[in-house]
Design a binder for this molecule. Structure first.
Ligand code: MN3
Length: 200
């Protein structure tokens, strides 16, 4: 059974007023994410060891294996983007439920401290990659970052609550080279903290 591009949970213009325009979402979802899915299906088709495996299984088994790097890159990016779309909200973006806010205050010292740590991770990820808010195995929230198509599922860094794509294709039409502005706007107006709280 081939992997499929999941539909966006909102229209491509739904986040435009919040700083992510229709063209960004059309290209990012319809072209970039679709390309990862198509490439992954091509690899699975040709490799008996991958057939019938779940996406999580492929991400974990391909991680760190040089000969499976192209498989890992595309499987990881399919996994990352499938989470990224519901991690944004045209109605609840930026609004943090009390349950998550309390946990963030407890583990980071405050919402501002959390946002600063997340922004630092997202802006210091050299080149392409992702920044994440994870619930680590010790029960604490942590901010982490991964290069290219990698993610906390592969690295075992914890359960993903939130993640931001910092590949240039995710922000260049809206923010040009200003990645810090993209990340700050995303945290303040776009991030779906209801989704994050539901993963705790
Ligand atoms: Mn992307």
């Amino acid at each position: 059974m081939a992997f499929e591009l999941p539909p966006l949970p909102y229209t491509t213009s739904a986040l435009a007023e919040r700083g992510m325009c229709q063209e960004t979402l059309e290209l990012h979802h319809g072209k970039h994410h679709q390309a990862y899915v198509t490439a992954l299906n091509g690899f699975v088709e040709k490799d008996a060891a991958l057939k019938g495996k779940s996406l999580d299984e492929i991400v974990k088994l391909a991680h760190g294996k040089a000969e499976l790097a192209p498989v890992f890159n595309n499987a990881g990016q399919h996994w990352n983007h499938s989470l990224f779309w519901p991690m944004m909200s045209p109605t609840e973006g930026g609004r943090m439920p009390g349950k998550l806010e309390q946990k963030i205050v407890g583990d980071f010292g405050g919402v501002t401290q959390f946002k600063d740590a997340f922004k630092a991770a997202a802006t210091t990820q050299f080149g392409s990659g992702w920044a994440w808010l994870v619930l680590a195995s010790d029960g604490k929230l942590k901010v982490t970052k991964t290069p290219n198509g990698s993610n906390p599922l592969a690295t075992g860094e914890g359960t993903v609550l939130l993640g931001i794509d910092v590949w240039e294709h995710s922000y260049y039409l809206d923010f040009r080279n200003r990645r810090p502005d993209y990340v700050q706007n995303w945290l303040d107006k776009i991030a779906n903290y209801e989704y994050a709280a539901s993963q705790m």
